[in-house]
Design a binder for this molecule. Structure first.
Ligand code: NAD
Length: 352
């Protein structure tokens, strides 16, 4: 009999086309009256739409979210929340905007209402990240977990394939690592396997036909499951490598996940056979690593570290950084293995 601990994170999820219109009701149900609406500069139009729906419950709009939540950006948002006397943060956008909402919540305890428009999954986790002097620090705190999440696939119709594809593979990576996590349990494994199925089925359809609302909804559903799995169990070599390389070489987050995932899965293949069987079955494939590589290729996502800005001369340093602090991974993490993995990813070799 398997013994396990499963911690459920309480959040309310509203899912479906047109659910963005429910935002004012959800805020009112929480007894909130002064929302600070957050977005990235590029998503300002959506922030305006949110403010329009909220009417007098809008305290102000702060469209200043940027990738990796620099501490200076967090400080400005926290100060703005105080100045506006906001009683909640509505984060509408991708992981960067939701991350800014979490940074505000960490400081003030204000509830976050998330309206995700990418597939990062951050909205379902109590994990926050802050970047100070080039180093990204992550932590867990229940108060940053969004209280309400509104998944409206209509808001993702404009997400271009070059952002949506890698973002979907980012979600896939959460599911993959959840299946071989040290604290994996039957509940997160169910979510992870179903998340892989939904993402693998829907991502090619989304890229082929961006206005396919069913496929958009399926992808968001997969991202929800992926985020739930990420928030419940510990991640392994894949997430650690992405974190280390992203910070040290300033590489784009979702694209980095996309390039590395086939190689990290290949790295763990023989050490986690049951997880590999589940991943492959969910992908409808024989081999998990090969299938993920082919999926990324089929949606036109980047396949090499080179094309996303990793310098060749950085591979040695990256491998050293990756083995600095020990953590659980099905296959022990050693310099030679990681260096080979990074070289394969740098060149974009199909894992075999
Ligand atoms: P992002 O939020 O930076 O968004 C990427 C780009 O897409 C931005 O330019 C944004 O303006 C644009 N965009 C977003 N939605 C759009 C839409 N619907 N249409 C058109 N353009 C749109 O990137 P991301 O990949 O969503 O998130 C990455 C960040 O999230 C990283 O900082 C990562 O560390 C963090 N993250 C955190 C967690 C967690 O649990 N804390 C989980 C996953 C990712």
């Amino acid at each position: 009999m398997q013994r396990f601990v499963y911690e459920q994170h309480p959040s309310r999820v509203i899912f479906g086309a047109g659910t963005f219109d429910r935002l004012p009701d959800e805020i009112a149900q929480l007894g909130l009256k002064r929302a600070m609406v957050l977005s990235s500069p590029g998503q300002r139009r959506l922030a305006d739409e949110a403010a329009k729906r909220l009417g007098v419950a809008t305290a102000g709009i702060h469209a200043e979210a940027v990738m990796h939540v620099p501490i200076e950006t967090a400080r400005v948002a926290r100060e703005t929340a105080r100045r506006l006397a906001a009683d909640c943060a509505v984060a509408i956008g991708g992981g960067s905007t939701i991350g800014l909402g979490k940074a505000v919540a960490l400081d003030s305890g204000l509830p976050v209402i998330a309206v995700p428009t990418t597939y990062s999954g951050s909205e379902m986790t109590p994990i926050y990240g802050l970047t100070e002097q080039g180093v990204k620090r992550t932590g867990r705190d229940r108060k940053v977990l969004p209280r309400v999440v509104i998944y409206d696939p209509m808001l993702t119709l404009a997400l271009p394939a070059k952002i949506g594809g890698p973002s979907g593979i980012n979600a896939l990576a959460h599911c993959v690592e959840a299946l071989y996590a040290e604290n994996a349990n039957p509940i997160t494994s169910l979510m992870a396997a179903e998340g892989i199925r939904a993402l693998a089925r829907a991502l090619p359809a989304v890229v082929k036909e961006p206005h396919d609302l069913e496929a958009r909804a399926d992808t968001l559903f997969g991202a929800w499951l992926a985020g739930s799995a990420l928030g419940s169990v510990a991640m392994g070599i894949h997430h650690k490598l992405c974190h280390t390389l992203g910070g040290a070489f300033n590489l784009p987050h979702a694209e980095l996940h996309t390039v590395l995932l086939p190689h990290t899965v290949r790295y763990n293949r023989d050490a986690a056979p049951e997880a590999m069987r589940l991943i492959a079955a969910s992908l409808g494939a024989r081999d998990a690593a090969e299938s993920i590589y082919d999926l990324a290729k089929s949606i036109g996502a980047p396949l090499t570290l080179q094309e996303i800005g990793m310098p060749l001369e950085g591979l040695d340093r990256a491998a050293k950084l990756a083995i600095e602090s020990p953590y659980y991974n099905p296959r022990p993490v050693d310099y030679a293995g990681v260096r080979q993995l990074l070289e394969d990813a740098y060149c974009g070799r199909r894992p075999g």
